[in-house]
Write a protein that binds this ligand. Structure first.
Ligand SMILES: *Cc1c(COP(=O)(O)O)cnc(C)c1O
Length: 346
């Protein structure tokens, strides 16, 4: 029996996503926070392992609603925002449209589900190219548009007026992925939810110190939440993650303090990188920095040889590497290694 012939065609042509673990001493490749909330793990000791988790994650959604100033009914929980993307595309179908370069999962999940995907190049400042976007939206009539702002891997926010124009003129749902919003100078689009019935905002705890939990969520009009909730499997967020997330979110200012610290470190790292003449550093509103070098593969390998792992994104953005903001000590080590690597290569 040839298993490959039994598999649906859209799956047969795919390669499994490789989230590889590469040994290193300074890990700055995955936009994780350098600070965890390990003490909150104590919250799991009160759990009963024989019972299913709360299928509606009520406590967690309640504390999130309070944090964000929205209603519990507007929040839908996911096993990471990756799963939310899955649920959104399952619910609304394609075409799925997004600017590129951007987060790869919009395209990958679109393909997995057999939907048509439409990738529209950003302009030279990594902002939305309105001519291309409006033409593509008019022609392809996307069921869903994904906009990551701040955008991964470029680090910038899109112009808010361009984002809003797309929300206002799209025939389908527009999902604003705010995975990195906590690190940005601007407030994000949450306050505008009441103005647009087709607007969906995605957030995650992954980039602010809780990647291990796999918890992401969407915030949208109740009618959208109602529909997407139909495709969510009953116990998608496990009890351990719910308990730890509740504990951290109730923990007062700790989360905010950590985010501020990372943003401050980012600005220091940025200034230091801008002083390195042989590289080009792009502005960032996120917890990572994109930069261009003459020999991305060589520099990436040379940094790794010194124990420093960053992300080679040169396939998506010509000549570019992406470094996550670490602790000040990690950032210093990275800078020191980078200076000597680019010195060598130039
Ligand atoms: C990391 C990332 C996510 C994934 O978040 P999870 O909640 O860990 O699944 C979503 N969107 C963007 C833009 C990201 O960079």
């Amino acid at each position: 029996m040839n298993v490959k012939l039994l598999v649906k065609r859209e799956v047969a042509v795919l390669e499994a996503y490789q989230a590889r673990e590469i040994p290193c001493s300074v890990k700055l490749d995955a936009n994780e926070s350098p600070y965890g909330f390990h003490r909150a793990l104590g919250a799991v000791s009160a759990l009963q392992t024989n019972r299913y988790p709360d299928p509606e994650a009520k406590k967690l959604r309640t504390v999130l609603a309070r944090h964000l100033g929205v209603k519990v009914e507007n929040i839908l929980q996911g096993n990471g925002s990756d799963e939310i993307i899955y649920h959104l595309i399952t619910t609304f179908g394609g075409p799925v449209l997004y600017p590129v370069p951007t987060f790869s999962m919009y395209g990958i999940i679109g393909q997995i589900l057999g939907e048509k995907t439409v990738a529209v190049p950003l302009d030279r400042n990594f902002d939305l190219h309105m001519g291309r976007m409006t033409a593509a939206i008019r022609k392809k009539r996307p069921q869903i548009v994904f906009l990551s702002t701040p955008n991964n891997p470029t680090g910038n926010c899109f112009s808010p007026d361009r984002v809003l124009k797309i929300v206002a003129t799209s025939p389908g749902i527009v999902v604003i992925d705010e995975a990195y919003q906590p690190f940005a100078r601007e407030k994000g689009f949450m306050p505008l939810l009441n103005d647009y019935q087709n607007l969906v905002i995605m957030r995650t705890l992954s980039k602010i110190g809780l990647a291990a939990l796999r918890f992401g969520f969407l915030v949208a009009d109740e009618k959208i939440v109602h529909e997407v909730n139909k495709v969510r499997l009953p116990f998608n967020v496990n009890a351990l993650s719910q308990a730890v997330a509740v504990k951290v979110l109730r923990g007062g200012k700790a989360l905010g303090t950590v985010v501020q610290k990372i943003a401050a470190e980012r600005d220091l790292l940025m200034r230091a990188m801008m002083d390195i003449r042989s590289i080009t550093t792009f502005p960032s509103e996120a917890n990572f920095i994109l930069f261009r070098v003459a020999d991305p593969n060589g520099i990436h390998a040379e940094l790794l040889r010194r124990g420093i792992l960053i992300r080679n994104v040169s396939d998506a953005v010509d000549g570019c590497l992406r470094v996550t903001v670490g602790t000040s000590r990690e950032n210093r080590k990275f800078l020191q290694a980078l200076r000597s690597c680019v010195g060598k290569s130039s």
